[in-house]
Design a protein. Structure first.
Length: 212
């Protein structure tokens, strides 16, 4: 009986994501695989007769995902993002630390619209987060496509610079941030925070040089 309920809930969840939320077809395989993995895990470890002990996803991954989504939304301030089903679904996955699944959903977005700058940017962030901060060639390519699709947007250089800096490539990241600051309008809302972050990087580089 318990198996019937579990399988039924899985089917209902998949139906909600595909029919009600209209999840992109490109992400169906990922969502189906996630549900199958859940069923497989239950088959190996589930004990219906035991008291439940629910466990959350690692808090660090969830907090990093939520912070990344919030930062991208704040920087873009584009209300169209909320009408983009691909990005809405990918952001929900990223907030739960499911960065690989988020990147796969976003791959469907850029296949449908190669000029979707926000989808490329979100993909770059998801790829970096999935690699635990490592800036892979695929992430660099995603940021590059985002920059070409929206050359005036601060998002691609800001997040690429931040990813390089946090991964230890401070000189490269600093150069990207310095260029962004130099070409940002004086009244740009992101300018004060960017300038402050750049100063912090400069202080760190100066202290490292003094200690060497």
């Amino acid at each position: 009986m318990m198996w019937i309920i579990v399988i039924g809930l899985a089917l209902v969840a998949f139906g909600l994501m595909t029919a009600v939320l209209e999840a992109p077809r490109a992400g169906w395989e990922v969502m189906g695989a996630a549900l199958l993995c859940g069923l497989a895990g239950y088959a190996m470890q589930g004990r219906p007769g035991f008291a439940g002990a629910p466990k959350d996803a690692p808090e660090s991954a969830q907090s990093a995902g939520a912070a990344g989504v919030a930062a991208r939304q704040k920087l873009s301030a584009d209300p169209a993002d909320m009408s983009n089903k691909f990005i809405v679904i990918a952001d929900a996955l990223a907030r739960n630390g499911q960065f690989a699944s988020a990147a796969e959903v976003l791959r469907g977005a850029v296949e449908a619209n190669p000029a979707d700058a926000q989808a490329w940017l979100a993909m770059g962030n998801a790829l970096v987060a999935h690699a635990n901060g490592t800036v892979s060639p695929a992430a660099v390519a995603a940021y590059g496509r985002a920059a070409r699709a929206a050359p005036d947007s601060p998002g691609p250089p800001f997040f690429l610079g931040m990813a390089l800096i946090t991964s230890g490539r401070l000189d490269e990241g600093r150069a990207i941030w310095a260029d962004l600051l130099a070409r940002s309008p004086a009244d740009a809302p992101w300018r004060p925070e960017l300038a402050q972050r750049l100063q912090e990087v400069d202080r760190f580089l100066a202290s490292r040089k003094a200690g060497s």
